[in-house]
Design a protein around this ligand. Structure first.
Ligand SMILES: *[C@@H]1O[C@H](CO)[C@@H](O)[C@H](O)[C@H]1NC(C)=O
Ligand SMILES: *[C@@H]1O[C@H](CO)[C@@H](O)[C@H](O)[C@H]1NC(C)=O
Ligand SMILES: *[C@@H]1O[C@H](CO)[C@@H](O)[C@H](O)[C@H]1NC(C)=O
Ligand SMILES: *[C@@H]1O[C@H](CO)[C@@H](O)[C@H](O)[C@H]1NC(C)=O
Ligand SMILES: *[C@@H]1O[C@H](CO)[C@@H](O)[C@H](O)[C@H]1NC(C)=O
Ligand SMILES: *[C@@H]1O[C@H](CO)[C@@H](O)[C@H](O)[C@H]1NC(C)=O
Ligand SMILES: *[C@@H]1O[C@H](CO)[C@@H](O)[C@H](O)[C@H]1NC(C)=O
Ligand SMILES: *[C@@H]1O[C@H](CO)[C@@H](O)[C@H](O)[C@H]1NC(C)=O
Ligand SMILES: *[C@@H]1O[C@H](CO)[C@@H](O)[C@H](O)[C@H]1NC(C)=O
Length: 492
């Protein structure tokens, strides 16, 4: 009997998995750079496309913010090392219920380690998503240690204790130094006690400390550093910390953490940089040119293995770039730049070129991306726009208007083009449904791209969800409508 098609496929899959494991084994040890892959997007790039993007750029490690089954299935057999995340909202339950921790591990970890099958190379479980962030107050951190302990016990019970490590991602504001000098670094007083308990747990289990470092936010919050200092420039004014000379913001923050760990009693604690990046929109100094400069210098610094003044020859063992892709649903409470951390745009196009593992060649973009139709929603210039502000506020309350805000790439396009920007963002987010470009009769659908050199009016991505919604009648209606509206546009 000839092998059935599924068998052939499976065989093919195995060969691929082996090939990629062999391919990756050659360089993963030396390569410490990974990326954060978040999914706070209204129209995310399909996970298999993202995994293709990671592979074509030789990215060897990813950190996820949750444990989305579609994402994990796509990573299966890829050989890419994975950190899965537990959302903050689950910490309370996990702290108090052994059963909940066991089912979390069963559902989200154990099942990706099938006997004999292609596996997801899960290396870490991140308990909480920066639960110590100052703006969260004490909502989450009191449950962190309990949750981490329960997850560790559940892993041991599932015989995964030696394969998967438990970590807690720590925000950049968990440690500080009032003088901005690393030698005065300490953990924030309100979390000091919990932090020492957590460090005791990590140390007992030989687990690393995951922390975010943010030269961009240090600059943004003007912590007495210059742009040149953030960008590792040789010309930057150095900071002198009693005979230790700091030449860049990264080393300064890193050593502030080293001192905080030292004063908490854990001088040897291994550090993993869980998030570090530079946004490209939504704030002053957030541009692709500056981001490229920062990332290149950072990667060179990590590769040089020079370490920092307090830990020479002992650089961070791993560094995760924030972020792989832009995400239009990230909270903007810290600033509009939050939605623009991606090295790639939301649709997988490189904004600039850095070495993520692929060496000196340029980054590959995502291939064969499926977009919605080439249609945009703009404001009808011929209408009475005296009340348009209300419609804009409506649109921007759900859509992503961060690029038209002060400091954004579209801030200077002027009125009423910025109204069009808001309308279009809303329209794409609603899968180009005709009624999402109504705005009390002020919206018009056009096939003429309103983008300018510096301001991109995006067309949304097709998702499984959007293709289901577009019924044939609706398609017909919308193309009719588009033709009519184009007529209007051309009349103007
Ligand atoms: C965490 O769970 C333990 C055990 O159930 C409980 O004693 C403790 O009060 C919980 N912690 C918090 C902060 O609720
Ligand atoms: C597995 O993880 C997902 C995503 O984080 C979560 O929604 C789900 O509740 C988890 N499963 C269990 C049993 O907790
Ligand atoms: C944190 O706790 C340690 C140990 O109890 C103590 O030595 C240190 O002074 C505390 N630091 C702060 C900032 O409260
Ligand atoms: C950031 O950008 C603004 C506006 O372009 C500029 O004036 C400022 O000097 C920059 N900040 C730093 C710290 O260089
Ligand atoms: C700011 O940094 C400079 C450069 O190291 C230093 O001389 C100065 O004392 C710092 N000022 C404050 C307020 O920290
Ligand atoms: C740094 O500061 C110390 C005093 O704290 C001083 O002796 C030393 O000369 C300074 N080094 C430089 C390069 O400014
Ligand atoms: C990237 O991966 C491909 C395919 O696995 C391999 O041929 C290539 O040598 C790798 N490039 C680098 C710089 O490691
Ligand atoms: C604008 O809003 C006011 C108050 O709701 C209303 O009276 C007026 O007719 C509106 N103008 C237009 C052009 O829609
Ligand atoms: C558009 O520009 C006008 C004039 O500069 C401004 O008042 C308005 O707030 C802007 N709207 C948006 C959505 O940015």
């Amino acid at each position: 009997m000839p092998p059935s098609i599924p068998h052939l496929l499976l065989l093919h899959f195995h060969l691929l998995a082996i090939a990629s494991l062999v391919g990756i084994a050659g360089w993963s040890r030396a390569w410490a750079i990974g990326v954060n892959w978040g999914t706070a997007s209204s129209h995310p790039l399909p996970p298999p496309k993202v995994v293709e993007l990671l592979k074509s750029n030789n990215v060897s490690r990813v950190k996820l913010s949750d444990a989305d089954p579609d994402v994990l299935r796509s990573l299966s057999g890829s050989g890419i090392a994975v950190t899965v995340g537990i959302p903050n909202l689950m910490l309370r339950t996990l702290n108090s219920s052994k059963k909940a921790a066991e089912s979390w591990v069963h559902d989200n970890v154990t099942r990706y380690f099938p006997a004999g099958g292609p596996r997801v190379r899960i290396e870490y479980i991140a308990v909480g998503d920066e639960p110590f962030l100052l703006s969260h107050g004490d909502q989450f951190y009191p449950f962190v240690l309990g949750a981490a302990t329960q997850i560790q016990a559940a892993l041991t019970k599932a015989n995964l204790g030696s394969k998967v490590k438990v970590v807690v991602p720590c925000s950049f504001d968990a440690f500080q130094s009032e003088s901005n000098l690393p030698s005065e670094g300490h953990f924030r007083p309100d979390i000091n006690k919990t932090m020492i308990q957590l460090l005791t747990f990590l140390s007992e289990h030989r687990l690393p400390f995951f922390a975010s470092i943010s030269p961009f936010l240090s600059l943004h919050q003007s912590k007495n550093i210059s742009l040149d200092f953030a960008l590792f420039k040789g010309t930057a004014r150095t900071h002198n910390d009693s005979h230790r000379i700091y030449k860049n913001s990264f080393d300064l923050s890193y050593d502030t953490l080293v001192t905080a760990l030292y004063s908490a009693g854990f001088p040897q604690m291994e550090i993993v940089v869980a998030q570090i990046g530079w946004p490209t929109d939504g704030a002053a100094n957030a541009t692709s040119v500056i981001a490229e400069e920062f990332m290149k210098a950072l990667i060179n610094h990590i590769h040089s293995k020079t370490g920092t003044p307090l830990r020479p020859q002992n650089p961070p063992s791993e560094v995760y770039i924030l972020s792989l892709l832009d995400e239009d649903q990230r909270s903007t409470s810290a600033g509009n730049f939050e939605r623009h951390w991606g090295v790639f745009t939301f649709d997988g196009q490189a904004k600039y070129h850095i070495d993520l593992g692929q060496g000196s060649r340029k980054l590959w973009n995502a291939q064969n991306v499926k977009y919605l139709s080439s249609r945009w929603c703009v404001v009808n210039n011929n209408a009475d726009l005296s009340n348009v502000t209300a419609s804009v506020l409506d649109a921007c309350s759900v859509a992503d208007c961060t690029a038209v805000s002060p400091g954004g790439s579209c801030y200077n396009i002027g009125w009423p083009r910025n109204v069009s920007y808001a309308f279009n963002s809303y329209y794409q987010q609603h899968d180009q449904r005709v009624n999402s470009c109504y705005f009390g009769g002020l919206g018009l659908i056009t096939t003429v791209d309103p983008s300018t050199d510096t301001c991109r009016f995006a067309v949304g991505l097709q998702t499984s969800h959007s293709s289901i919604l577009v019924l044939p009648q609706l398609l017909l209606m919308s193309s009719l409508f588009a033709t009519i509206s184009m007529g209007f546009v051309f009349l103007i």
